[in-house]
Design a protein around this ligand. Structure first.
Ligand code: ACO
Length: 354
């Protein structure tokens, strides 16, 4: 039996910070509302394109695994915000990394894209088609945000994370997963103006209108993630006490709390970083996993449950077994190009293009 071990991990958060108070300078909102309804205090805004963020995260994951770009046989780029539709974003990551032996694909399932990407790459390793892969979850939501709509503009941020997978004969990596989609509810979260359907309309690309029924999404998110978790638990027969750490998608602290109670998970086992980044869509779950490793929450051989949901409405849960190593083998000095603007200045330039 071949397994797909996670042997490298890296993240890339753009340096510019957008606080709740920054949002209140152009929206009818305030820090108290955002904090109490969502748990978010600040988020990052990217000064570069999504594939540049991703290439830095991927280089860090490669270094952590002690590998070089030539070792990568597949790049799966999970996102909803591609810097180009054709060629795909994974091919740009390949070029930026110099990973010329890698096949390249993009996966778009909104916030679950990184997790669907993980399933795709792990399955290809387990069936013997490839021996290694980089899986990326990345998003520059700021470029497609409807910045005048307080219902959505306060919720999202930019970021990227990557993990390196390699074939192993030890039982580790993805042990089981459950993936699904409630397509009949796809209209409760739709970004209008972002796709060829809108190409004949007289609006500039990126000038979007979000159809976003927050309370419906909330309920379906809890239902979808708990269903996926229960399926994974049933499939593996694992006892809930045997789960060492839960790393959920971070869309709203109250969604996480409701899910935690519904599944009777001890809150101290749940990793949360939403206050720092908001919802980074496809990047969220993998950034949280990387930070859980960096903060010592992932211990050698531990069992991790990762529930997620996103537009579509897609949902997923993964049961991971971590390997024996939680320290990176090496580090890279690769960095993003320097940024001189604040988060608010970048957002204002998107809101009011010159
Ligand atoms: N600041 C101040 N007031 C606001 C804001 C804001 N930023 N946004 C909305 N309000 C107002 C509303 O207009 C409403 O006012 P009204 O009562 O006068 O009409 C009031 O606050 C209450 O709004 P609710 O919708 O009842 O607020 P709720 O408690 O449901 O919280 C929220 C809203 C945070 C959006 C919540 O429903 C939620 O988190 N839903 C899920 C969101 C989510 O998961 N998104 C991820 C999408 S995944 C992807 O793939 C992109």
């Amino acid at each position: 039996m071949i397994y797909a071990a996670i042997t490298g991990w890296g993240k890339c958060l753009p340096p510019a910070v957008l606080t709740n108070d920054d949002l209140a300078t152009f929206l009818d909102t305030d820090d108290e509302w955002i904090t109490s309804r969502t748990g978010m205090k600040e988020r990052r805004i990217s000064h570069v394109e999504v594939s540049e963020l991703s290439a830095v995260a991927a280089a860090r994951a490669l270094a952590a695994a002690g590998k070089t770009a030539a070792d990568v046989q597949l790049i799966v780029f999970g996102s909803t915000t591609f810097d180009e539709m054709c060629p795909n974003a994974a091919s740009n990551v390949q070029r930026l990394l110099g990973a010329s032996n890698a096949a390249c694909m993009d996966v778009n399932t909104a916030c679950t894209s990184g997790m669907y990407g993980l399933s795709t790459a792990a399955a290809m390793i387990k069936c013997g088609a490839i021996r290694s892969a980089i899986v990326i979850g990345a998003e520059v939501v700021s470029k497609m945000m409807e910045w005048s709509n307080r219902n959505v503009a306060v919720l999202f941020g930019d970021g990227a994370a990557a993990i390196y997978l390699e074939a192993s004969d030890r039982e580790e990596g993805v042990i089981a997963e459950s993936l699904g989609c409630s397509g009949e509810s796809r209209d409760i979260l739709s970004v209008q103006g972002w796709g060829t359907k809108y190409a004949d309309k007289k609006r500039p690309f990126g000038n979007t209108t979000w159809q976003f029924l927050g309370q419906d999404i909330f309920k379906k998110a809890v239902a979808g993630m708990s269903r996926a978790c229960e399926r994974v638990i049933d499939k593996t027969g694992i006892n809930i006490e045997a789960i060492d750490l839960v790393v959920p998608h971070q869309a709203n602290l109250r969604i996480i709390d409701t899910l935690t109670k519904k599944l009777k998970l001890p809150p101290e086992k749940v990793f949360i970083n939403i206050e720092r980044y908001g919802n980074m869509s496809a990047a969220t779950a993998l950034v949280a996993l990387v930070e859980a490793v960096e903060e010592g929450r992932v211990t050698p051989g531990c069992t991790i449950l990762m529930p997620a949901f996103g537009g579509g409405l897609t949902w997923s849960a993964h049961l991971l077994k971590w390997g024996l190593r939680t320290q990176p083998l090496a580090q890279t000095d690769i960095e993003l190009p320097p940024n001189t603007r604040t988060g608010l200045e970048i957002v204002n330039s998107i809101r009011n293009p010159a």
